[in-house]
Design a protein around this ligand. Structure first.
Ligand code: PMP
Length: 384
């Protein structure tokens, strides 16, 4: 079995699993307790926060631990909108965001905010002109993802951030960085980012934990109230084992980023070549996109059918973003990126990790060619 679904989730590093188990075993005290076990937990969390901050080259007081990127995105977007609604009620995002961002904006619309959803071009990118044309005096927040989870499109975050601040220095900039961290360089200060979301299970850390970077001086209205944990932004007993294990994964992922990008891009380019060469397949991802995401379709053939045919040959790929795989309609994101209904209903995502080899790609090629050969008669029968 070869796992080609790293954009959905990644296998935790051995060291991460060891750390998780060790902290669960030894450091189970509640960090709010004032005895020594509580104190030890506080020390571990403080150290974990420093490690995460250093991987992002920010201050540790700017790192808020969360239960993952769904929570981080909700807190960043709704927390900023509610906190700064006195400045205005206009918000900007794109049509290709992850559901945790998109649905947050839909909810804010229901709460009386005005949201501009920017379209993307054929490469899946927003244009700078559309951003500058949309920013107004009352725009409190712009939220744009770094790397798209379905297609791998990379947004020009640095230019976007600079332009936002040039148009309105008070407009906040939130970036969903989930699919970019560890895959591409990140520079929050140069990018003028105020809020940045990460999820540990996308960079070989544990599931159910993540980070929201909140620029110093910024306030957010908390979504969870209760205790004063996480600087009062997220009530609830801290998940010490997960935070410490995430910090370990984060350090490893940031140290390995350059070699990841280089090695995985070579495999991605080879897979692109294979897909272009197989008659009937449409390649949708671009060389200019993220190194770890390939997207293509076999128009006329339902994604699930090709996915299961590949699975029978030991290749685990994905039909769409894991969070929406239970939906029956074609992906909103793929349609917004200009794919036809037929292409979007037959889309397949292959996402790579650092353990893949040239031999894995050869096996994938073999599986793809034989799956297409096997399904072609079905497709032709359906068309006649
Ligand atoms: N944003 C993006 C771009 C994602 O790919 C995902 C995970 N599919 C999320 C947010 C949500 O992350 P989590 O699983 O930590 O809630």
């Amino acid at each position: 079995m070869i796992y080609w679904d790293h954009a959905a989730s990644t296998p935790p590093y051995e060291e991460v699993i060891r750390t998780l188990t060790e902290v669960m075993n030894k450091h189970y005290g509640n960090p709010s307790s004032i005895h020594q076990l509580g104190g030890n937990a506080v020390k571990l969390i403080t150290r974990a926060r420093e490690v995460c901050a250093s991987a992002l080259q920010v201050k540790s007081s700017e790192i808020v631990f969360t239960s993952g990127a769904t929570e981080g995105n909700n807190l960043a977007i709704k927390g900023a909108a509610l906190q700064y609604m006195g400045r205005g009620k206009h918000l900007i995002t794109t049509t290709v965001e992850h559901a945790s961002v998109y649905e947050s904006f839909l909810q804010l619309q229901q709460w009386g905010f005005e949201v501009t959803f920017l379209p993307v071009d054929s490469h899946g990118c927003v244009t700078i002109e559309s951003i500058t044309a949309s920013i107004r005096k009352d725009t409190i927040l712009v939220s744009i993802m770094h790397v798209n989870n379905e297609m791998g499109a990379i947004q020009p975050i640095e230019t976007i951030g600079t332009e936002i601040k040039r148009c309105n220095s008070r407009t906040l900039f939130h970036v969903d960085g989930v699919q970019g961290f560890g895959k591409l360089p990140v520079d929050l200060n140069r990018w003028c980012v105020d809020l940045y979301t990460l999820s540990a299970h996308k960079f070989r850390g544990p599931k159910g934990t993540g980070i929201l970077y909140v620029r110093e001086g910024l306030k957010l209205t908390p979504l969870l109230t209760g205790g004063s944990q996480e600087f009062g932004l997220r009530a609830g007993t801290e998940n010490t084992p997960h935070f410490v294990a995430m910090a370990k994964a984060m350090r490893m992922a940031s140290v390995r980023q350059t070699s990841f990008t280089k090695d995985v891009s070579i495999l991605r380019d080879r897979i692109h070549g294979i897909i272009r060469d197989i008659q009937g397949l449409h390649l949708h991802s671009h060389e200019s996109g993220a190194p770890h995401i390939v997207h293509f379709s076999y128009p006329g053939m339902k994604s699930e059918v090709l996915m299961h045919t590949l699975e029978l040959q030991g290749m685990l790929v994905s039909t769409r973003s894991a969070c929406s795989s239970k939906h029956t309609k074609p992906s909103r994101v793929l349609l917004a990126m200009g794919l036809s209904n037929e292409e979007a209903s037959s889309g397949i995502r292959i996402s790579l990790g650092d353990s893949h080899t040239e031999e894995d790609v050869s096996q994938l090629e073999h599986a793809l060619r034989s799956a297409v050969e096997e399904l072609r008669p079905l497709l032709e029968k359906g068309r006649n």
